[in-house]
Design a protein around this ligand. Sequence first.
Ligand code: GDP
Length: 297
Amino acid sequence: MAFEGLTERLQKAMTNLRRKGKVSESDLRDTMREIRLALLEADVNFTVVKDFVKTVRERALGAKVLEGLNPAQQIVKIVNEELTKTMGETAVPLNKSAKIPTVIMMAGLQGAGKTTTVGKLALKLKNEQDARPLMIAADVYRPAAIQQLQQVGQQIEVPVFEMGTDVDPVEIVRQGMAQAEANHNDYVFIDTAGRLQIDEQLMTELANIKDLVHPDEILLVIDAMTGQNAVNTAEGFDQKLDVTGVVLTKLDGDTRGGAALSIRAVTGKPIKFVGQGEKMTDLDVFHPDRMADRILG
Ligand code: GDP
């Protein structure tokens, strides 16, 4: 379950505060210290934690909540609002092109969940908008990657364009796009290669694909379980590719929650979807307010 530790610690901090009735400035300081430690333990980015704690404290003092009724309740409300803000305030929908096809390029490290997420998203669009997507297999480095996308395609009944592993990925994408246009597909997903770490050659290849198709959406797929590494990876990809959004996968296995709470604030890029399981239906729109409620328990 996501955020286990954080939820427990925040609830404890809030319970301690509620017990007080009247809250002094030093009580507030203690609470903020507990919140700070809880966030750091959840692997939230240090600067994000610092800014968060400062804002909550300033808001609490500025609104004179300590002198009003139910100070603890007011502080919980401020914490909830600031958590929501840190994660981006509102859900951000997928970009959509004025004329078909809308092109969605996926990027991310190997194993982050790109191929799975392509399938999940294609299925979502099919189910919700009656979309007719095409998925392009542009990872030529692992033969298994193409097979995996084909299996996903069969499972969700969405066609896959592939040219094996001997063709340059940019050429595969060029021909895949031609097929999508001929077949009037309304969405094209480009499943790209990943590496264990960010490397120059891969980034150049991704940049070349980007220059060719000018995607409407470049979704960075990030494994939530990798915590602050996920945030560093997001920054690295974003610097090279200027991504338009993030999909945070494996939130179902992420007990800490640091990536979810840091990525938006560090990169400025919205988390658009979260993966919460291995099934094709385990993908949800990311709602910062609902996530904040969940974190506070
Ligand atoms: P890629 O190398 O980036 O294309 O990653 P894959 O799509 O092959 O995913 C790697 C592994 O992560 C697979 O075993 C997926 O089933 C698993 N996976 C992907 N997304 C999620 C998720 O949201 N939750 C869980 N639990 N597993 C996921």
